[in-house]
Structure formats: C-alpha cells, structure tokens
Design a protein around this ligand. Structure first.
Ligand code: TYM
Length: 332
C-alpha cells in the first residue's frame, strides 16, 4: 500500500492555511493510505522555542489533528523527536545533499532574512531533515500546501542521488499532493503575503482556536477592494484579496471557485463576508471546541503520541537497517 507522511511544526498559532492546505487533506486521505502524521518538534527548534511552550504547542497540534477528524488508531500520530531515526537519516542526507541545492531554498532565505550569519545551522539543513522524515518511512505521497513544493523537490533530488550513488532503488521518489482550492491561503491583511504563524498581526490569520466572535471580526476587517465580486474566475486576476477570500470560501464550503462566483458574482463584499463568516464558524467552530477539550487532558494526548512513536519506530527500524547496510555502517 502507498504510504503518506506529512508534518506540521508545533510552533503555535495553527491557522486556517494549515487547516485548508494540509490538515483537512490529511483527514480526507486517511482511508486511502497508510498515514504517519507528525508534529515536527525538531524542525520547530531551528528557531528559538520556549521549552514549555513547545510542549504545549505539540499537544495542541496533536489535538488539532484529532479534532479535525484523524483517527489515532488507524493513523500514526506522533511527534518527530519520539523517533531518533529521523535525525540519524538526516545526518546521512547532510552528506548527500549539496550546498548548492540548499542555497536555492527560498524558505531559508525568507526565514533567515538579512541576518544570515546569525541563523542556526539547523535552519539551513532543515530540508534535509524533512527529506529524512519522509524517506525513513519510504513514504510515497506527501500532502502539503503550495509553500512546501520546493522542499519536496529537494527530497526527490536527495532520494535520486542516494539511489544513484549507492546503486540501489532503496528510496521512492515521492509525489507531493497539493490539493483543493486553497493550497496557498494568504494573509487577511495583505493579499500578497502568505497567512503565517509568525505574522505579528493576529488579524492576518484565523487561528483554529478562534471562537465565532474572533472569526467574524477578522473576516469583517479583512482587506478587500471596492469592486463587486466577479462572476467568473478570470475576473479575480489582479485582485489578490478577493481571490483569497473566494478561495477560502470555496474550500470551506467544498465547492468549486466557478460555482461560488456563479452565486456571488455582482455581490458586494459586505454580503459575501457574511456568508464567509457563516461557513467559517460552521466548519472551524467544532474543531476549535474539540481541540480545547482534548488539550485539557494532556495525559491522553501524550499517550497517543507515545503510541504513535512506538509504531513509527517499528516502521523505520528495518528501513534504517537497510540504509546502514547500504552506506557501509557496521551495526544495526
Ligand atoms: P508548516 O508547519 O509551516 O505548515 C504545515 C502545513 O501547512 C501548510 N501551510 C499552508 N497551506 C496553505 N496556505 C498557507 N498559508 C499555509 N501555511 C502553511 C504547509 O504547506 C504545510 O503542509 N516543513 C514543513 C513541515 C514538515 C513536513 C515534513 C511536511 C517537516 N517535515 C515532511 C511534509 C513532510 C513546514 O514547515 O510546515
């Protein structure tokens, strides 16, 4: 059976982009694939994390997975640091990936900003650990939002180079699954920048834990232009904010963009925003409530993560043995 691996960083402020670009698709794919869904705490510490907040955010992310509909029995739900094989394989990939490949990673450039010299080495090598996450399980498919595409191309390059250098077919060449009408949800305050956990303005994003009032207020304040909505998708071109809100609506309501515009073409944003608030509260409200209920029981969450960790190690142990043998390491 084909296998899925995907990860989300437990760095707080889980938002609508994480949900529509990733977590919702995880839920939809769980019946078709064997799935491993991971809170990538080792990726999170590539930038400073307060230890207690990291623990809290990891539990909150696991709660979001479950609240969104992932079954912790039929899927592996775990945090990355439970399985040391990720880090071991990442080291080997540090020796496979080329500096030139990593130098091209746009996400490193964005995150390191102007002060590159002061970025952690982990932030630079981040994509190698991501490739190890996936390939330690020989995962074949990886559901992600649009922004992870370049990292997955690097993962393919690493698998190809490893296979070529060691004359083996050990690693699969993974397929990204970038699904749905909202693969790149933009900030509610600026249609040219991505909705992100690290945006200092909380009004830029809808958090999964936002209640109905916060959701309504953020949508009301969302930036738009002054034209009515177009009746065809072509009319969204050059209107980033409008395109973003229509994409969000389509994703939440499970409809095609063209279909949404057939209904709302000619409407003013004030009307459309009312409908958007309704569908957002309807879909996200129950998830947020269930998350709150689950995080109130950290012992349960920790047991899910420990169980996931044990199952994850059982999958990767024989694969790592194969890797060690291939590379020429003595031992298991
Ligand atoms: P992270 O934690 O930044 O985001 C988690 C998932 O959410 C998606 N996403 C978005 N989708 C649509 N619109 C947005 N505005 C938006 N923001 C985030 C991301 O594409 C991602 O799917 N490097 C990864 C985590 C990772 C991983 C992996 C993913 C580590 N190892 C192995 C897949 C496989 C990251 O930082 O995601």
């Amino acid at each position: 059976m084909d296998r899925i691996f995907s990860g989300v960083q437990p760095s707080g402020n889980l938002h609508l982009g994480n949900y529509l670009g990733a977590i919702r698709n995880f839920v939809r794919l769980q019946d078709q694939y064997e799935c491993i869904y991971c809170a990538v705490d080792m990726h999170a510490i590539t930038v400073w994390q307060d230890p207690e907040e990291l623990r809290q955010s990891t539990r909150e992310l696991a709660a979001a997975f479950i609240a969104a509909g992932l079954d912790p029995k039929s899927n592996v739900i775990m945090n990355q640091s439970q399985n040391p094989n990720h880090a071991e394989l990442a080291w080997i990939f540090n020796c496979v990936a080329r500096l030139g490949w990593l130098n091209r990673m746009t996400q490193f450039k964005e995150k390191a900003g102007k002060d590159r010299e002061n970025a952690s080495v982990g932030l630079y090598a981040y994509p190698n650990l991501m490739a190890a996450d996936i390939l330690a399980y020989k995962a074949t498919h990886v559901p992600v939002g649009e922004d992870q595409k370049q990292h997955l191309e690097l993962c393919r390059d690493i698998a190809q180079k490893f296979n070529h250098d060691f004359k083996t077919e050990l690693f699969p060449i993974v397929e990204p699954l970038i699904l749905g009408p909202a693969t790149r949800v933009m900030s509610l305050r600026d249609g040219s920048s991505k909705m992100s956990k690290s945006d200092p303005s909380d009004n830029s994003r809808i958090n999964l834990t936002d209640g109905p009032d916060a959701i309504a207020q953020k949508i009301r304040r969302a930036r738009t232009d002054s034209e009515p909505l177009p009746s065809e998708a072509a009319g969204l071109e050059g209107r980033a904010e409008a395109a973003n809100l229509v994409g969000i609506y389509a994703a939440l309501a499970d409809r095609e963009i063209a279909d949404v515009l057939r209904d709302f073409g000619g409407s003013m944003f004030s009307d459309f925003k009312g409908a958007l608030t309704e569908v957002a509260v309807d879909k996200l409200g129950p998830i947020g409530e269930e998350m709150q209920r689950l995080v109130a029981d950290p012992a349960y969450i920790d047991s899910v993560l420990a169980d996931g960790g044990a199952r994850a190690r059982a999958i990767t142990a024989p694969i790592m043995a194969e890797v060690y043998e291939t590379v020429g390491f003595i031992g298991s």
